[in-house]
Structure formats: structure tokens, C-alpha cells
Design a protein around this ligand. Structure first.
Ligand code: HEM
Length: 371
């Protein structure tokens, strides 16, 4: 079997917790409030260029801070900055070959720097946890909170050892949540806005759908589930610019893959980007933006090779944040389209680059004109 692999033994209890928390629709109001904060900022910049990748970074940070940690972006700002720094170091060292074992004795500058950042992130997260615990002890609150962090702390205090998670698990969970939840969603939001700004016919179709479902009101859970055009646009964005370009799996026992016999313990890379751009799956127009591919379902879009489209991974280690990301990626453009018509700035230079995830190298300047 080809199995998911991670650096450490996965915390399956944490995964169960994540699934429970992330599949709820209760996070929609916090997402809407975060988009409102962003749009409020935009009122100062109407008709001028807005740097959309920066805005997407702020928005996703605000959404995660509010939904997962019950705080505003400002409180989590330090952690986001440190994680970004850590991401840059990781990307810089990704393809460097090191002799096994030597890293224990010989620390390079980046190793020392990342150890320092990791310790500081840990301290910040433990600080947030301590604050919650203190409020419980003093009676200021009668639970640990209903966001993502609350149930993690509760699980850390579970009297049943089987259900208890360690402090390290809690810290790891928070880091994963901040990191996995932000970098990926920034790419989806930013590139979907680029494509809408270029393909104004699809922008109009999406706007029409948004007005039909919500009018001038904020998106609601029922309507979000019915956004068909928007879903097609987001799928096509994820196909062209998958934030995660490959998956890694370790083969647990010998397995036949087509003509290949793959021995146990081999690492197999699943190249999502290549699959998403394979003309055999998508046709000769594979490089064009054509959301209509997804109009009649996944089987039709992928020429019956459903494994050809997997932006969120697959199997039991697939992305737990899929619904969370889908909600956020539908809410933000819906609320933007209700207010603005957008066009790409002449200063835009198309330059997707992979730094852990796919992102725009030179930013995304877009001009927003009030409807
Ligand atoms: C456009 C947005 C996103 C994309 C494209 C994406 C993609 C992915 C992919 C490809 C994986 C690896 C899956 C595999 O190996 O099969 C993954 C894992 C994961 N994602 Fe996402 N993700 C997104 C958003 C999010 C969000 C918003 C969160 C949390 C709020 C999140 C949390 C996670 C976690 C915790 C894992 C690890 C799951 C595990 O190993 O059990 N992701 N994601």
C-alpha cells in the first residue's frame, strides 16, 4: 500500500479533532468579518492598484487567527512572521544534501536560526495556551474556548489517557494549522483574482451568480454551497496553479504500479502540477483557463481519470482544511465581486514561483473599480 508519510508519527487523535473542528460551518461568520475588515481597508484605495497577494496574506492570517485561535490578526502577527521566516529557511535548504547524522554536531547558520525561531514560536503558542488555562483557573471563563485551540487544550487535560494529547502535540497542531492553512489559501485567493481580472467574462458570470444568491447581503452557508460558477472557477484555478505541487508517499509493502514493481519503503512522489497540466487528461487546451471543464462533474472534466485532479491530496492524510479553504475561497471573491469590478494592472508581471507553495514572485497588482 502507498501510505502517507510525515516526519514524525502522526497524532491521529489530533487529526480526529481537526476533522471535527474544520468541517463545521460555524467558522463562516468569522470569515465574513475578516473579509469585511479587508474591504474596509480597501475603501482608501479605490481606483488605485491593490497588491492582492499581500492582501490575501493579511486576510488568511486574520481568518486563521479569528477562527482557530479566537484572536485578531494582531495577536497572531508575531507567530505568522516567524513562520514565514521559517518557511523561507526551509525553502532555501530544501534541495541541499546533508550527510546523515552530521547535522547533530555541525549546525549551519540556518540550522541555528531555525532552532531559535522554532523555540520562539513554541513559547508564543504556549503563552496563548497559558492565558486560556489561567482564565479557567481564575473562573473568568468556564471553558477553554470553542475555537480550534480550545478543544486541543481540553484534550491535553483529558482524564482518560487514551484521549489525552501532549503539549508537544498541541504546539505542533497550532504550527501546522497556521502554516498549512495560510500559505496554500493565499495562492488560491491571489491566483483566482488574477484569473477573474483577466477573464472579465467569467468575472461577470460569477458576479451574476453571487447577486442571484445573496443580492447585496453577505454570503450565507446555504448559498455558499450553491455557488456553482464560483466552484468551477476555483477548481480551474487550483488546476492551473495548485498551491501544493506534489505529494510524497512511502510504499509500505511491495506494490505493482502499472508496469512497475515498487519495493517496500520506496518514496514515491505524486506530481500534482504535471497531472494538472497533462493534455491526455485535460485535452490540447490544457494551458487555457476554461472553468467550463468542471461544469458536468469531475469525471467528465478529467476524462474519467479522477486521480488527475487532486489539489487537496488523497487518502487518509488528505487535507483536513479542504472545506475550510473552500469556504474562505468562495466568501472572499463573492464579497469583492458584490462591490468591485476588477482589472489587471499594466504593472502585473506573471511569475508564479514555488517557495514551498506556488505563489506570485512579483506580487499581484489589481485595479478595483466600485460597481
Ligand atoms: C487552497 C487551500 C489548500 C490546499 C490546496 C491544501 C492542500 C493540501 C495538501 C495537498 C495536503 C497534503 C495531502 C496529502 O498528502 O494527501 C494538505 C494537508 C494538510 N492541510 Fe491543506 N490545503 C489547503 C488549505 C488548508 C487549510 C485552510 C488548512 C487548515 C485550516 C489546512 C490544513 C492541512 C493539514 C493539517 C494537513 C495535514 C493533514 C494530515 O497530514 O493529516 N489546509 N493540504
Amino acid at each position: 500500500m502507498v501510505e502517507a508519510t510525515q516526519n514524525s508519527q502522526p497524532c491521529f487523535l489530533c487529526r480526529e479533532l481537526e476533522e471535527g473542528l474544520l468541517y463545521t460551518q460555524g467558522m463562516v461568520p468569522a470569515m465574513i468579518a475578516s473579509v469585511e475588515t479587508m474591504l474596509e481597508r480597501w475603501t482608501q484605495h479605490e481606483k488605485k492598484e491593490i497588491e492582492v497577494s499581500k492582501e490575501s496574506r493579511l486576510l488568511t492570517a486574520e481568518v486563521i487567527s479569528r477562527t482557530a485561535f479566537g484572536s485578531s490578526y494582531l495577536e497572531g502577527e508575531k507567530i505568522f512572521a516567524m513562520l514565514m521566516e521559517m518557511g523561507t529557511i526551509m525553502a532555501r535548504n530544501r534541495y541541499k544534501i546533508r550527510l546523515p547524522g552530521i547535522g547533530k554536531f555541525l549546525k549551519l547558520r540556518d540550522d541555528l536560526e531555525s532552532d531559535k525561531i522554532e523555540q520562539a514560536i513554541r513559547e508564543s503558542i504556549i503563552g496563548m495556551i497559558d492565558k486560556r488555562e489561567e482564565k479557567m483557573v481564575t473562573g473568568e471563563e468556564n471553558n477553554y474556548g470553542s475555537d480550534f485551540l480550545g478543544p486541543l487544550i481540553k484534550a491535553n487535560h483529558d482524564i482518560d489517557e487514551k484521549n489525552r494529547i501532549s503539549v508537544d502535540d498541541m504546539v505542533d497542531e497550532c504550527k501546522t494549522f497556521y502554516f498549512a492553512g495560510q500559505e496554500t489559501t493565499i495562492g488560491l485567493l491571489a491566483f483566482s483574482l488574477v484569473l477573474l481580472a483577466i477573464h472579465t467574462d467569467w468575472q461577470e458570470k460569477a458576479r451574476k451568480e453571487v447577486f442571484e444568491l445573496f443580492g447585496q447581503h453577505n454570503p450565507n452557508v446555504e448559498g455558499i454551497a450553491r455557488l456553482k460558477i464560483m466552484s468551477m472557477i476555483l477548481n480551474e484555478t487550483l488546476r492551473l496553479y495548485p498551491p501544493v505541487i506534489s505529494l510524497l508517499r512511502r510504499v509500505e509493502r511491495e506494490v505493482r504500479l502499472g508496469k512497475l514493481i515498487v519495493p517496500a519503503n520506496t518514496y514515491v512522489m505524486v506530481p500534482l502540477l504535471a497531472l494538472h497540466h497533462d493534455p491526455e487528461i485535460w485535452g490540447q487546451d490544457v494551458h487555457l483557463f476554461k472553468p467550463e471543464r468542471f461544469a458536468d462533474g469531475m469525471a467528465k472534466a478529467t476524462n474519467n481519470i479522477i486521480a488527475g485532479f487532486n489539489p487537496f491530496g488523497f487518502g487518509r492524510r488528505n487535507c483536513v482544511g479542504l472545506n475550510f479553504a473552500a469556504n474562505e475561497a468562495k466568501i472572499a471573491p463573492s464579497m469583492i465581486l458584490q462591490r468591485y469590478r476588477c482589472t489587471l494592472s499594466p504593472n502585473y508581471v506573471h511569475s508564479p514561483i514555488q517557495i514551498l507553495t506556488i505563489r506570485p514572485k512579483n506580487g499581484i497588482p489589481i485595479i478595483f473599480n466600485k460597481l
